[in-house]
Ligand binder design. Structure first.
Ligand SMILES: [Zn+2]
Length: 349
């Protein structure tokens, strides 16, 4: 075992109903790359069933000890996908029925959007249009009216406080909840507000979607990788980490990740932390921001950042500074052209 690997195996990865601890950085990298490949494959399917042979081929990239945990993640994802498919079938049937009654498809879709809004917002009526659309196993609601969006945000059991937070946000993820509209099936929702200009600047919607889908992945499908801070919850370090990893995947936000604790949208995330946890979170964010700076070119790739997200998801935030230093050394050793400048956040013995 090399010095590097010995250093890595010294980390205490708590077993939180999750994958076994990594014994080497190489293993951690292999698991993260496998997770990204799996995610890409599942996303490409939309609502289609995965092909078992293809899944086995992808999982072949990770050590076998991790197979049960990937299988568990896959089960969670497929469950969400199954309900989404039933939900979508009901939605399409409803739209068709209305079309037969002489309503246009757009109108029929808008009617369903209004019904969904009303159900989430305790019977209130939407002021503007709510466009519903399936994004794989997640229902996306696009709101044309700001008040409608804020209403959904307030009802969305969202972790950050409404008011300032809601007004400053462009989208949010709402964990699985039964919507009785198509037989009471549990469905995950992401809501966005369409900008006043009527459309999103180029790339903005993709970045928003990636951000909110990361919350979905973290909480549902691959939530079991959140082994270090306990489950992703509405408060605590788990919630900060969830937001941090979503920022890392967000093309709009990853470069300004260091300022995220000062963003008033997230005030509540930090204000409820114990002083010691607050220090841990800020140190971890500082270390990550410096790592992003040091490898700005490589990490401008969304895929590279996705791998980093999966790597970090199983590392305790308190270990980020030391772990990122080891990761940089590992990358320099295996890929010196792409990771040239030495990154050091903590002095290694
Ligand atoms: Zn977020």
């Amino acid at each position: 075992m090399s010095e590097l690997e010995r250093g890595f195996s010294g980390f205490s990865i708590q077993k939180y109903d999750g994958p076994p601890g990594f014994t080497s950085m190489g293993e951690n990298v292999a698991v993260a790359k496998t997770a990204v490949a799996l995610e890409e494959y599942l996303e490409s399917l939309g609502l289609e069933n995965p092909v078992p042979e293809k899944i086995l081929e992808i999982l072949g990239g990770a050590p076998r000890a991790f197979t049960p945990y990937f299988t568990q993640a896959l089960d969670n994802y497929i469950r969400a996908q199954k309900f989404a498919r039933q939900w979508h079938d009901g939605f399409l049937a409803g739209v068709q029925r209305r079309q037969q009654e002489g309503v246009t498809e757009d109108e029929a879709r808008a009617e369903v959007g209004a019904q969904i809004f009303s159900q989430i917002a305790d019977g209130k009526t939407a002021r503007g249009l709510i466009h519903p659309k399936m994004q794989g196993p997640v229902l996306v609601l696009m709101c044309t009216d700001e008040q409608d969006y804020l209403e959904l945000y307030d009802r969305g059991k969202h972790e950050e406080s409404p008011g300032v937070a809601a007004k400053g946000s462009a989208g949010f993820y709402r964990p699985e909840e039964d919507l009785s509209i198509f037989g009471g099936l549990p469905i995950h929702t992401i809501a966005f507000r369409i900008p006043k200009e009527g459309k999103f600047p180029p790339g903005e919607l993709d970045a928003l979607l990636r951000h909110e889908l990361q919350h979905f992945i973290q909480r549902v499908a691959l939530g079991m990788f959140t082994v270090t801070e306990g489950k992703v919850d509405t408060v605590g370090l788990g919630a900060v980490k969830d937001e941090l990893l979503a920022h890392l995947r967000d093309q709009r936000l990853y470069q300004s990740l260091a300022s995220f604790p000062r963003n008033e949208i997230y005030t509540k995330l930090f204000s409820v932390l114990l002083d010691t946890d607050n220090a841990v979170a800020r140190e971890a964010i500082g270390a990550l921001a410096k790592y992003l700076d040091s490898y700005a070119e490589v990490l401008s790739s969304e895929r590279e950042r996705a791998v980093l997200v999966y790597q970090l998801s199983s590392i305790n935030m308190g270990d980020f500074p030391r772990w990122l230093t080891i990761l940089a050394r590992y990358n320099q050793m295996h890929n010196p052209e792409r990771y040239p400048p030495p990154y050091t956040y903590v002095t290694m013995p």
